[in-house]
Design a protein around this ligand. Sequence first.
Ligand code: CU
Length: 122
Amino acid sequence: MHRVMSAGALLMMVGLLVTGCSRTEAKTTDISIGTAVCGMCADKIEAAAGAVKGVESVAVDLEKAVAYVKYDANKTSVAAIEDAIVLAGYAANDKPADPAAYEKLPGCCKLDAESKGMHESM
Ligand SMILES: [Cu+2]
């Protein structure tokens, strides 16, 4: 509780210093994307999260299995970004991938790929 409050206070102070009276509330969040396995996964996650209104930038680190998302907290939320990633077929934080979207992923992007190595182009 204390940590959250002080982090919030710090953000506000930094925000005031940097942006003055701007109305955007820029935040960053690290979203765990443990089911992403290759560059195509990263591209899809970046595209899906980046398409959410209010998201300013997405950077995927495949090795750490984390998507770093910069967004405007007045326009969107972490939950909305998670949902976009879920609908692209990937798990986001504690939300499992949408099963239908996951089914449509190329074989190389599935964790239990029987067809591993067979890269279908979509
Ligand atoms: Cu992949």
